[in-house]
Design a protein around this ligand. Structure first.
Ligand SMILES: Cc1ncc(COP(=O)(O)O)c(C=O)c1O
Length: 392
């Protein structure tokens, strides 16, 4: 142990990233890997967005911006939230951040005090756990189940509410399940949030990716909810812009004014060039985005019957680009399934245990490869299953 390791502050919790590191280490030494693990679109950022960044550089637009972001970008984010989700935010209610990831941390810094319980839709994007831990908070998973296609049941929230409950993290569509919380459940959550005086973090990073007949309802559009909700979003997923690091949070102007100082402390401002790119993304043509979403849907529609043929069950995903798949029929616990599948076939998938799942039945498939590559991945999984089941 180094001296610095010995002196780590108590807020630094032991996050176990060893499984992910091992998987990435194994895949780095292999040829012909099919990566269906990370939530990073295979599409490239559309050309007009990349061009806007180049133009910004040529115009010497590479200085600091104000800590909450470029005014035209904040106006474009407000217009986007209104157009697609009916949300009423003004530019001074928006903070542009380095990805939704920084918006999550900033929200926790702003709202989570030591001992606060943070209820989180689960299985989950575990950044919420880490951000809560760093603020002294206690993550409280709210489970969802395959039998419900992993749709959230408001009763599961209510039974976990205690006098320490401070916030509920509503991620819809959810990562890793792709589950969309139905509008009726969103209304029930709003009602219980008011009744128990719970704040809401509405993570809407996947909210443009909804497959009919599923519907997205932004909770902050409901009566009395805007004042107790922080809505998070970003361009990473919708516009295939993960590496640009550009997201946002939206909340009441006096809250935004108060978190501007910690926001300045974290990184002063989101990358200026990326802000110009995001402006082009939000205000430019949406056809490339619609084409990507249509492609994700085609992959999902192909993959579900293919999983049926493999003997795997799953929650029917209503959005995003994930299928949360039950691999218990393989006879292997999910972490072992994923590691052996990678070593023996080159297909990389992540186990549900990486998303806070206490069950070892599930894997997350990110369908972020072209369809012919996904077909090849399924052929490899089929061969792997035949060999494993024959050996059992
Ligand atoms: C639910 C959820 N929220 C936030 C993020 C962070 O996204 P960003 O790239 O904008 O930081 C992710 C990324 O996977 C996510 O799945």
């Amino acid at each position: 142990m180094s001296l610095l390791h010995d002196r780590l502050a108590p807020r630094i919790v032991e996050e176990d990233g060893s499984f992910r590191t091992r998987m990435l280490g194994i895949s780095a030494g292999m040829k012909d890997v099919i990566a269906l693990g990370r939530g990073d679109p295979d599409f490239h950022t559309p050309a007009h967005i990349v061009q806007a960044a180049k133009d910004a550089l040529d115009a010497n637009q590479h200085h600091y911006t104000g800590p909450t972001g470029l005014p035209p970008l904040r106006a474009a984010i407000a217009a986007d939230m209104k157009k697609y989700h009916g949300l009423d935010y003004t530019p001074d209610e928006i903070v542009v951040t380095a990805g939704a990831q920084e918006a999550i941390m900033l929200t926790m810094l702003g709202l989570c005090a030591p001992g606060d319980e943070i209820l989180i839709t689960s299985p989950r994007f575990t950044t919420y756990d880490t951000a809560a831990h760093l603020c002294g908070g206690v993550p409280v998973p709210v489970p969802t189940f395959e039998k419900d296609d992993f749709a959230l049941d408001p009763a599961e929230i209510e039974t976990r509410i205690t006098p320490r409950s401070r916030m509920f993290v509503l991620t819809s569509p959810n990562n890793p399940t792709g589950a969309v919380t139905p509008p009726a459940a969103i209304r029930a959550i709003a009602e219980l949030a008011v009744r128990h005086d719970i704040l809401i973090i509405a993570d809407e990073i996947y909210a443009r990716m909804i497959y009919a007949p599923n519907e997205h309802l932004s909770i902050a559009t409901l009566p009395g909810m805007k004042e107790r909700t922080i809505t998070l979003g970003g361009v990473s997923k919708t516009y295939a812009m993960t590496g640009w690091r550009l997201g946002w949070l939206a909340g009441p102007a006096d809250f935004v004014a108060k978190v501007t100082e910690p926001r300045h402390t974290l990184s002063i401002n989101a990358c200026t060039i990326s802000q110009f790119a995001a402006l082009a993304a939000l205000t430019g043509p949406q056809e490339p985005i619609e084409a990507m979403i249509a492609d994700y849907k085609a992959r999902r529609d192909w993959l579900m019957p293919a999983l049926d043929r493999l003997g795997f069950t799953y929650g029917h995903p209503g959005g995003a680009f994930y299928i949360y798949t039950n691999v218990s029929s393989s006879g292997l616990p999910a972490p072992e399934f994923c590691e052996r599948l990678l070593r023996e076939t080159g297909v990389m998938l992540f186990p549900g245990t990486m998303f806070g799942d206490t069950s070892t039945d599930y894997i997350r498939i990110s369908y972020l490869q072209p369809l012919p590559v996904i077909e090849e991945a399924v052929r490899r999984i089929e061969g792997f299953l035949k060999r494993t089941r024959a050996a059992a």
